[in-house]
Structures are given as C-alpha cells and as structure tokens.
Design a protein around this ligand. Structure first.
Ligand code: CJB
Length: 798
C-alpha cells in the first residue's frame, strides 16, 4: 500500500502499464482513470481480511445504488491528498478522473440507496458483511428532457468495463428453473429431486465496499446470468440460422439484462420472478458453500455464524431456498431446516402501497419453481395448522396472513412467517404496519415487530458532498463526527455565534453557485444564487405529491401577476427525479413542470422573483451536488404514505429547512429539531385514514369554494401551459373526477401558508441560519451508522 506521493506516482505508472498495457504518457485520461481505479481497488483488496470466527451478515437486495466510488474510497482510505498532489505533479487533475467514472444505476430510488448506505456503515463500523444483488447489464434508464417531456435512454454502464468489479467464474453456481419434482420413498422418509427444465449459471462479480479509515473492506457480490455451456446451437449455426444459434444465450442473459424501472409497483412478469430467484438462489448457495468450508456440517451453529437479511420481499424466497438446499442437498430434515432458516432470516418492509406488495399467481410460481413451491405450500399448511380455531375471528386472521390465498403467493406474508424479525423504516411506518397493514400478524406475533428508522451515509452525503461545510466543521468542532456522527450535536454551541452563522451562509452560497453552474451546464438556465433554493428531488409518484409543489408555483405566479403589492423573497424551485416509463401520470407531472418552467422563466414580469428548473437524470452523483445547495427541503407526501424517506435526512444534514407533512421520518426530524426549526403543514396520517374510511372528502367542493384552486386547475385545461407539449387533462381528472386520492387540494391552503411563512423567515438572517445550523446539529441521529448499530444489536446479533 503506497503511503507517500512518491510511492503513489511509482505505483500509478506501474498500474498504467499493467492495467492498460501502455506507458503513463501514452494513456488517455479515461485509461488513466481506469488504472487508478484498479490501483485503489487492489489497495482496498489488501485490507480485506476474513475474520473467521465472526458472524457475518448477508444483505440481500435487488437494488444497490452505490454511486461513484473513486472519490469516496480515496476519502475513506485517507489518500485524497496524496493522490491529488501526486497527480498534479504529473500534470493531471483528480477531478477529471471523478468526472469520467460511471455511476452504476443498479436501483430505482430510496430502497437501493439505503442498501448502499448500509454497506458503507457496515464496513466503516468494522462488521463483516456481504451485499448480495444483481449485476444488471442496463441500469435504470438515463433521463433526458426533450420538448418538455421525459425521454428514456438505455444506461449502458458496462460498455467500457467497470474497473471496480472482479469476476469470479470459479465461484459461479448453477440455478434451476422449471421442470418437475420427483418424489421417492426409501421406506423411511420422502426424498425430493428437482428435475429442472433449464439450468443456468450465476456468475458473481465482486465490488469492494471500503469502510472509513479502511478499517474493514467488505464485498458487494452481484450476480450475472450466463448459459451453463456456452449455449450455442451449432446445428443452427451451421444452417446459417445465426439468430437461432444465439437465442438460448440471449434468453439466459436476458435474466440480468435490465432493472425493472417500476418503483413500488408490481410488474408481475415472469422475468422478474426469475431475477428474484436467480440472485437469491445463487446467494444462498454461496453462503452454504462458504459455511461448509469453514464449519463443515455443523449446521447447528449456522444461525450463530450467518445472518440473512431480505431487503423488502424481492428476495423473499431466501428462507424456502435455504430449506431446499439443506433438505435436498445436505440431507437435513424439515424441522431442522425450518429452525435454521427461520433463525437466520429477517425482513424489512419498505412500503405500504398495495400495488408494491408482491404477489405471484400460483400457477406461474409453481411452473417456474416447482420444488420451492412444494416447500412454500408446506410452510403454509403448517402455518394454517398452527391456528387456534377457538379464537374469535380466526378465519379473518388466516385470510389476511396466509401465504397462499386467492390463487396467489403472498410474498409479504411469506416474509413475515419465515423471519425472526420484521421491521419498518420509521416510527410512523412501523406503527402503520403493526396497526393496519400487518395488523393480524402483529396480534399473533408482536415480538417479531420492531422499528429501525432509516439512515444515510453522512460521510458520502455530507463530508464528501459538502467540502466547504466539512472544512468549517473541522475548524469548529473537529473531525470526531466523521466517526461519531452524534458529535454533530457540538454545533449547538455555535447556534448563536453570528460569525459562525455567517460562515455557514457563505458555505451554502458556495454550494448554490456550484449547483447553479451545474444547472447552467445541464439545462442552459441561469439561476440566481441569491434566491432561495427550494428543492424537491425524488422519484415521481402521485403520493410524493410533486403536483402539490407545482400548483403552489402556479398560484404564486398568478398572484405575482395579479397583485403588484404581493412580494416574496426570490425563490428558485428545483425539481429532479425519474418517472417509470409506463407511469403516465408521473410523466405528465414532469411535463407540467417543464411547461410552467418555460412560461415563468421567460416572463420578464416575474422571472427575477421566481424561476423553475428541472434537472435531468437524477442520480447519486448529481444528488451529491444538489442536497448541499438546498435551503428548503420539500417533503410533502400524503401523510401515512412515505414509509420513511431518506432525502429528507440528506437535506437536513446539509442545513436545509424541511417544509413537510407529518409523514415517514419527517415525524422524527420534527421531534429532534423541535417545531420551531421545521415547517409542518397538512393533514395527519390518522385524519387521512378517517377521511378515506368515511369517504367524507370532496375535491369538487374545494374547487368551487377556493378561487385560487379553481384558477390553477382551470389553467391545466386552457392554453396557459399547453404550448410546449399539450394539455394536462389527466392531472385535472385525477384531482377532480377521481376525487384527488392523494389529498393534494385538501392540503393546498395549509401548504401555501406554511411556504409563505417559511420564506418570510428568510428575511431574518440570524433566525434562518440558526435554524439551519440546528438542523445539522440534530442530524447525527440519521447517520446509517446509528441505524446499522440497531440492526446489529437487535436483529442480526453480529
Ligand atoms: N421504497 O425506494 C423504495 N422502493 C420500494 O419498492 C419500496 C419503498 C422506499 O424505501 C426507502 C428506504 O426504506 C424509504 O425511505 C421510502 O420511504 C420508500 O418509499
């Protein structure tokens, strides 16, 4: 491992030769980046050390949004200065290398990013962990805006190799699909043999997960599908039928070709089930192989050495698959296998949206995974048998908790039944799981349920993303908070210190200028860094209510035009986020944002006061530029619907003030910062629940009673904003004809008032920056280090 600048330069030149096969001087910048990434990952590899006796956590997740690695790993390994100065001597700029790196989009949003933050914390806290996921050939689509609409381009992130991964063909495992199960009885017990229709090979690729201080380097192991034999049909080839010759290979590779872009909605496609089973089965086989290498057949200690976590229901077949391997391959009995699996597996629920709770038609499931289906059927049968039929309402309880019901396999029910712990991701969300969504389970097995409020990597999203604030903090409260985020509390002592507050304001300004430059580069729009940056970035979804924010801007525009005395501090409204290709409503909201941006930004009567920007292609890397620049953080989901949110935490840590509903982790943010340091508005979760239940809300009434609401809704239908890409009937209909399922109009007035009050506070600098510092000071709780410690102590028992 190089330590000095001199050693680095020597090793880097050598890496160019070994990795690229060229002298340093002859390499392109891209090739040099590639050599550097390989050098750093091999340095990290040297730190990777197996601690045999420890319990290890395997975190199964269909998504890992890891972001760019070079800058983060240099920081974690303490090498940033050495490398950047070394490169400077060589006439190179490290920043150029950062730009070249691809940001692998192996996830949709919060769930995938959470998994990546967890990997960071696990390594930084020195726990042995492996992430288990899928190596999609195409990540989440790249978003472009063309004529005011979202356009999707494929994300071919593997086009030019990815220097951080190492392929391990020697660790590849077969995965079966289809066929039938042969049962035989040897006079003593039944034996099951799965005769598959198809067997494919799952090939792992390892990416190092480097902890802070290089304490621990773990692995993210992502699996890729490949034919067992180089599946080439020679007969077809010889006939000249090249398409057919290649078909088998193409069919198999298709399993890991694409990430489904539907965030929180079910595709129900067989390919998706194949993906889910492929990475789960490969991961389980890998665990069993490793266990046997270390501990032989001592299955009785399996759950003392292995923890398996299922991130949502996507890997829900972990437990039945582990049982299958233990029974069919290792010869264990049902009871023993059940005991081992259910003592090892735990489950996090991330959403209550019914459309996201996975269910598979029994026929489809049984045909694709016949042996797994047998096992699940037996788990279900035993579960039904365990019911006390003398308890009132047992039929209803059974109906709500059975795995097999109505011709479908209910994956959330499977997950709860096979897991030793089940958790939600924020207090309110866990309460909703216990009292509404999984109420019957909670009555039956209350001890399984617990809350683990989400967290974020404060190192990536604060220390790394916000260098100016980091420097200021290091000068003020030292560096301890990088290891111990709770030490951010020490900032509270400086909340009244005017000179410190001025420095915080200056740091924010620097970050706003950085974002303004990025916006100019990406959209051509000039924004005023002295305006308030009011930001909403996240996936587009009706329940997240970007629409409410848009109606607010439309209303402000109307009032600025109509009333010469109406004054507010200049504000730049910034949006970013992707909508699933097939989600027309969400895409229409993006279209509406682009349309109002076009009108407002070109209207010289108002564009010094308000501007609207849509930043294309929201991703981990541009998120790191966006969060630090925010002053207002829009967290305005319909109460009860956002399980936690993690963007809210990233904004808060970077000193933005939350304008939000009492939803998800906003509730805990409020408790931590106090109601003077956050702006809460709108209906509460229980009020919404009651109104839904009673059917007492009528959107039409608001339309007729509230002139401002009426005006903005009418503008959706007239030609105010239709010039760019057409009208907005679908949005109008969702609010009026469909009676506003997400209570947008119902919360409108209280949102407008809250917004105006908050913006009013900006005029008083001391108050504003004091609030800002207070938010940062209270944000240590939301480090994923805290979350991971809770998982480790209370669920995984590492
Ligand atoms: N979430 O990103 C997703 N995808 C899903 O399919 C289900 C939920 C989000 O998970 C985050 C991490 O727990 C939460 O913060 C967020 O509220 C939730 O929507």
């Amino acid at each position: 491992m190089f330590k000095t600048k001199k050693e680095f330069k020597k090793e880097f030149e050598n890496a160019c030769l070994v990795v690229v096969g060229k002298d340093f001087e002859d390499c392109s910048t891209e090739e040099k980046y590639f050599a550097l990434a390989k050098l750093i990952s091999s340095q990290a590899g040297e730190l990777h050390e197996q601690k045999i006796a420890h319990k290890k956590i395997y975190y199964f997740s269909m998504e890992f949004l890891i972001g760019k690695l070079l800058e983060n790993y240099l920081m974690n390994l303490g090498l940033t200065k050495t490398v950047s100065e070394g490169l400077k001597d060589m006439g190179e700029s490290l920043e150029d290398y950062f730009d070249i790196e691809k940001d692998p989009g192996l996830g949709n949003g919060g769930l995938g990013r959470l998994a990546a933050c967890f990997m960071d914390s696990l390594a930084s806290l020195g726990y042995e962990a492996q992430g288990v996921g899928i190596r999609y050939r195409f990540g989440l689509f790249k978003q472009r805006i063309e004529d005011g609409r979202q356009v999707e381009d494929p994300d071919n992130w593997l086009e030019k190799d990815y220097p951080w991964e190492v392929k391990h063909l020697e660790a590849a495992v077969p995965v079966k699909f289809g066929g039938r199960v042969e049962k035989s009885y040897d006079g003593n017990e039944m034996h099951y043999q799965w005769i598959p229709e198809e067997t494919i090979l799952a090939v792992p690729y390892d990416i190092p997960m480097v902890g802070y201080d290089g304490k621990q380097v773990n692995t993210l192991r992502i699996w890729s599908a490949k034919p067992m034999e180089e599946g080439f049909d020679m007969d077809a080839f010889n006939r000249g039928d090249y398409a057919h010759a290649n078909k088998h290979r193409a069919d198999v590779q298709a399993i890991t070709d694409i990430l489904y872009p539907n965030d929180q909605s079910l595709s129900g496609r067989i390919l998706r089930l194949k993906q889910e089973y492929m990475f789960t089965a490969a991961g389980i086989m890998d665990i069993v192989n490793n266990f046997k290498k270390q501990y032989g057949n001592h299955w009785e200690i399996f759950s003392e050495k292995v923890a398996i976590h299922t991130n949502d229901t996507h890997p829900a077949v972990c437990a039945p698959e582990l049982m299958r391997v233990l029974m069919d391959q290792e010869g264990l009995g049902w009871d023993e296998s059940w005991k081992i699996a259910s003592a090892s597996v735990s489950y996090t629920n991330h959403t209550i949206l019914p459309e996201a709770l996975e269910k598979w038609p029994i026929d489809m499931f049984r045909n694709l995974l016949p042996r797994l289906y047998d096992i699940i059927e037996e788990i279900d049968r035993r579960y039904r048998d365990s019911f006390h039929k003398n308890v009132d309402g047992w039929q209803e309880q059974l109906k709500n908790t059975a795995i097999l019901w109505d011709g479908q396999v209910h994956m959330a029910n499977l997950s709860v039944i096979v897991s030793h712990h089940v958790n939600g991701v924020a207090d309110l969300h866990t309460e909703i799981l216990k009292n509404i969504v999984l109420k019957d389970f909670y009555t039956l097995v209350p001890e399984k349920f617990n809350n683990k409020t989400n967290g974020i990597s404060h190192r990536r999203f604060f220390a790394q993303a916000n260098p100016s604030y980091r420097k200021l903090l290091e000068e003020t409260i030292g560096k301890g908070w990088i290891h111990h985020p709770e030490e951010l509390e020490n900032l509270k002592k400086y909340e009244e210190n005017v000179s410190f507050l001025e420095k915080v304001e200056a740091s924010k300004k620097e970050n706003k200028i950085r974002l303004a430059n990025y916006i100019k580069k990406m959209t051509g729009i000039e924004v005023n860094p002295n305006s308030i940056f009011d930001i909403q970035v996240k996936r587009f979804h009706a329940y997240k209510r970007q629409l409410l924010n848009v109606l607010k801007i439309m209303d402000l525009y109307n009032r600025l035009l109509a009333d010469p005395n109406f004054h507010i501090h200049p504000v730049t409204f910034i949006f970013a986020g992707k909508a699933a290709q097939g989600y027309t409503f969400a895409k229409d909201v993006i279209r509406l944002i682009c349309a109002i941006a076009d009108v407002i930004n070109h209207d010289d009567r108002v564009n010094r006061m308000i501007k609207v920007v849509f930043i294309p292609n929201f991703s981990v890397s541009n998120a790191q530029i966006i969060y630090p620049a925010a002053e207002i953080s829009e967290q305005i989901s319909t109460a009860g619907m956002e399980a936690s949110g993690t963007g809210n935490m990233k904004f808060m840590m970077n000193g933005a003030i939350t304008l939000g509903t009492l939803d998800g982790a906003n509730v805990e943010i409020t408790q931590l910062v106090g109601s003077d340091n956050i702006k809460i508005f709108g209906l509460k979760a229980h009020e919404i629940e009651t109104m839904r239940h009673q059917g007492s809300y009528l959107a039409w009434t608001l339309y007729h009673e509230n002139q401002r609401i009426k005006k903005v809704l009418d503008q959706l239908m007239d030609d105010t904003y239709s010039h760019l890409s057409g009208g907005f009937d679908l949005i109008y209909d969702s609010l009026l004809r469909d009676n506003d399922s997400f209570f947008v109009l119902k919360d409108f007035e209280s949102y407008m008032n809250a917004f105006e009050e908050l913006v009013g506070l900006y005029e008083d600098k001391k108050t504003w920056w004091k609030m800002s510092v207070h938010n940062t000071a209270c944000s240590g709780y939301f480090s994923s280090d805290r979350t991971i410690e809770e998982y480790v102590q209370e669920i995984w028992k590492l």
